[in-house]
Design a protein around this ligand. Sequence first.
Ligand SMILES: [Zn+2]
Ligand SMILES: [Zn+2]
Length: 367
Amino acid sequence: MTKKPLTNSLEYRNFIRDRDRVLEVLLRKSQLKVSDITRKYLTSILNLMASNYEKLIHIPQSNKHVSFYLDHIFDQWAAEVYREYMLLRKRTYIFTIITDNEAIARALDKEHKYTIENSDLVKALSRSSGSGGQLHKRILLSLTRLKHKVMDAASLGVVLDDSREEFIQRVYDSFPRQKKISNRRILKPQVIQSRESDKRHIAQRLSVGFYDERDWQDIVDEYKNDFITEFNGPEVYFPVEPGYQAHKTAAGDEVIYAWEVERDMTEDFVSAVREGMVDSANKNGIKEFMWIAIVDDKTDDCCLWRDGLTTSEIEKQLNSGKHKDDECRAVTPKAHWGCRCSMAPMTDDLPEYETKKLGDFDSWMNQ
Ligand SMILES: [Zn+2]
Ligand SMILES: [Zn+2]
């Protein structure tokens, strides 16, 4: 029998599409949280610099003392960002496993039991960073780069005999900037036909999993609760328009700091989703996936030749030496940093008949 991708099933496609939207909300909440943390620490940095202005200008050696306090701020900052990464990884991984099991059960029209093992979760949480290296070191590296920029700006201000205002402005200019949060889809939507919303069918779970109920509740709360900003940004040092809010544009759009910490977090999130997809398919006895690339002018060669091929076809081509100049050895996405590819599990158990309608994703999630 020839294997077919599960995306041939409408139930599967609809379920995964709506699931991906929830995952992207979880990512956005974490981005907002990390930006809020960033506002808090950037304000601390500007406070530190402003209160040490006189000292820095008159006693250049005092920058050692300022650098020492900066290290302390950056250490605390890194620890808070790391905690948010871990929460996002955990939520993403667990939610992907639970929803993938349900989507697969729906496509195959089979009831199914699964367990999220502690060892799987530990593996997902201890995975190295998407940009390479241990995650906490990677976060510290990004923050250290910023520290150098801040210290450079301060040193230049001292050399140029900045006024207090000029000095504060110069340090502030070394900070990352906020930008409007993008509505770009992070997880590629599967190829979808018209939306199926047949409410006559009662919601039903086909898959039953063993996992900590508190983890599930945490995910649902995170998804549903509005994010509340706690901190003002370093802009409090400057005259601002009346009604100014640090976390929103004048038009009311949410903003986040667009810099390497944020980009790394998005990459990390995509890795957690793909890893969860592979793990839940494997546990359903599925080892074969079809590679799905987004093909546009940004697609690179390595993602392009894999597009539409199955895991074993990719393996075969890699072993044949046909792609010698392809450094990437991936047989399932992600291939590399910035890879937008997705995948469809392949099976020969896909029923020929139309599977029963079990209600949409929202009614499933709200059971
Ligand atoms: Zn690629
Ligand atoms: Zn790719």
